[in-house]
Design a protein around this ligand. Structure first.
Ligand code: ZN
Length: 578
């Protein structure tokens, strides 16, 4: 395509609305524009990128034996009421009424719709398995849409669903998706890991997340250095194997700690280690106040607490509520004499003689023995795993990396087939529920994650498989007839070699063209000008390594072919799976 006739509104300056690299660069490269909060227009280059990702996803879904269909964006509330999610889903589900006063929603996912369709058609075990997918627009009314395509409200997703007659069949469906995902991310050229995810409240099921590793990721992934165990930090189990302390603890004593609201303040003031301070957090579990205790150097894991309490919703109480429940300003709550159910992290059993809040302004309590001085309802695994923890599988050392979740494979089991009565008749004519799995890839999020992982100060560094164009061709002197003719010749040749090319034929200064080519991030750059023409060569640059070279114009086709292979091979070596 010729740059002069393309709509590529690049920006010189970083837009103020963008906080992360992918958001900034997608805007600057003229690939997306914001319409309203969390909702974006895909401009022509952005759409080309999305199409390339979708093409690879389709090829691998089809190869895995899944068939494509397309379901609607608007879904009737009745189906969601049947599955029980109309009440459960919360405000992320955008609900509205049509002109006949019928309740509807914009689909954030399609389990209900597909289960309804399959239960209407499938009667016999002979019709199973059913394996389907779609690539479609979803809407989730995120409370804080941010980071551009990373966490939008409207986004493009591939979602697949499997219906099997028995567990071995369902496991086979799951495995075929797991393997397909690994191939997809390998082909896309992004570094990724598959990690174990939460079983959540769906008993008997299991799932894996696929994470693109990037320092700006919102998730933290923990890896065992010894075995294959990898998990989202929020979900990693902690095996606390310490002994309960038998150590005697002096009697409690309140101490004045004016203005010491944080663990760091208290540690500094009293000269104790954060590990010897107990943080007391007041939360609302489905509106009911509870207190959670973790060591001062740990983080409470709200999902673990939520699962322990079997709550639908959990959040930190507002400062005013904390003050009325603990009779102390924020930062001075403690478990002693607290009239709330208290849940403590397992690890706190390992010692006595802690410092806690004193439930009075500017007061802390020293020498607290939790089993002596507080009424702890349960000690349980309530915190995020940390680098000094051990692998829950083998006990080996662990390390932490940041990641972006781009895919999720989920064994649903009977969750929807039971509530929505999706059943079939087996060989003996007995009615049995189908066993389901669901499998998602955030297509638009993959694009953002790939850019988070692959960019530099000058712009995007696209892996070849998802670059809007694989090559940039820059004609530096379009008014020079010879240079123009040479560039046109290459422009005509490249598509025949299977390379799509953006040909910068604009009457712009060379500096502008170089800057735009680097910003747009096409993996291969070819440059033709009067000077290189005089030497009988085209200049070439590998966008990723920055390595420059020259390709002989007389033998251009073979010289280019060799160089293009080197550029692509470099990317293939970089892509890593788990
Ligand atoms: Zn391990």
């Amino acid at each position: 395509m010729r740059f002069s006739s393309c709509y590529i509104p690049t920006l010189k300056e970083s837009p103020a609305e963008a906080e992360v690299a992918s958001h900034r660069l997608l805007l600057r490269a003229g690939m997306i524009r914001r319409l309203t909060a969390g909702v974006y227009v895909y401009l022509p280059l952005g759409l080309r990128m999305m199409d390339k990702i979708s093409k690879i996803v389709r090829e691998e879904m089809n190869a895995a034996g899944f068939q494509e269909l397309l379901m609607p964006v608007v879904q009737p509330a009745d189906l969601w009421k049947e599955s029980g999610r109309w009440e459960q889903y919360g405000k992320e589900l955008l609900r509205f009424k049509d002109r006949n006063d019928r309740e509807c929603c914009l689909g954030p996912t399609h389990e209900e719709v597909i289960t309804d369709m399959v239960r209407g058609e499938v009667r016999s075990y002979r019709q199973l398995p059913v394996r389907l997918y779609q690539i479609q627009t979803k809407f989730r009314d995120e409370i804080r849409p941010r980071f551009g395509l990373m966490r939008g409200r409207e986004f493009i997703m591939k979602d697949a669903y499997s219906f099997d007659m028995d567990v071995p069949g369902a496991e086979q469906s799951y495995k075929s998706m797991y393997d397909a995902y690994a191939r997809i991310f390998q082909r896309l050229g992004v570094g990724f890991r598959a990690v174990e995810a939460d079983n959540g409240s769906i008993g008997g099921s299991f799932s894996h997340e696929f994470m693109v590793l990037a320092d700006t990721g919102e998730d933290t992934v923990i890896f065992c250095r010894n075995c294959d165990y990898a998990a989202n930090v929020e979900r990693a189990r902690i095996c606390w194997t310490g002994e309960k302390a038998g150590r005697p603890c002096p009697p409690c004593r309140d101490i004045s700690t004016p203005g010491a609201h944080t663990v760091a303040d208290v540690a500094g003031l009293l000269g104790v280690a954060p590990a010897k301070i107990v943080k007391t957090l007041v939360l609302l579990a489905d509106g009911r106040p509870v207190a959670a205790l973790v060591r001062g150097d740990r983080e409470l894991n709200e999902t673990k607490l939520k699962n322990l309490l079997n709550a639908r919703d959990i959040k930190l109480a507002a400062p005013a509520a904390v003050e009325s429940l603990t009779r102390a300003p924020l930062g001075f709550a403690g478990p002693r004499g607290l009239d709330l159910p208290v849940y403590a992290d397992l690890e706190l059993q390992g010692d006595t003689d802690y410092v806690t809040g004193g439930n009075a302004a500017d007061t802390h309590t020293m020498h607290v023995d939790l089993s002596r001085d507080a009424r702890v309802a349960v000690f349980a695994d309530l915190r995020n795993i940390a680098p000094d923890d051990r692998c829950p599988v083998c006990g080996g050392e662990v390390s932490l990396r940041r990641g972006i979740e781009v895919g999720h494979v989920f064994m649903l089991g009977l969750k929807y087939s039971e509530s929505m009565h999706a059943a079939f008749l087996d060989e003996k004519g007995r009615e049995r529920p189908m066993i389901m799995g669901c499998y998602g890839i955030g297509i638009s999020r993959v694009a953002a994650a790939a850019i988070e992982q692959n960019h530099d100060a000058d712009g995007i560094v696209f892996p070849p498989s998802l670059a809007p164009f694989e090559a940039a061709l820059l004609c530096l002197d379009p008014d020079n007839a010879g240079a123009r003719a040479a560039a046109e010749k290459i422009y005509a040749l490249l598509p025949r070699l299977g390379v799509d090319v953006l040909y910068d034929d604009r009457r712009e200064r060379p500096g502008v063209k170089f800057k735009d080519a680097d910003l747009l991030g096409m993996p291969m750059q070819l440059v033709i000008g009067a000077k290189s023409l005089a030497r009988g060569v085209a200049e070439c640059k590998d966008r990723r390594s920055g390595e420059k070279g020259e390709l002989d114009l007389d033998n251009f086709e073979s010289a280019f072919g060799r160089w293009a292979r080197r550029v692509r091979d470099g990317w293939n070596e970089g892509a890593q799976g788990s």
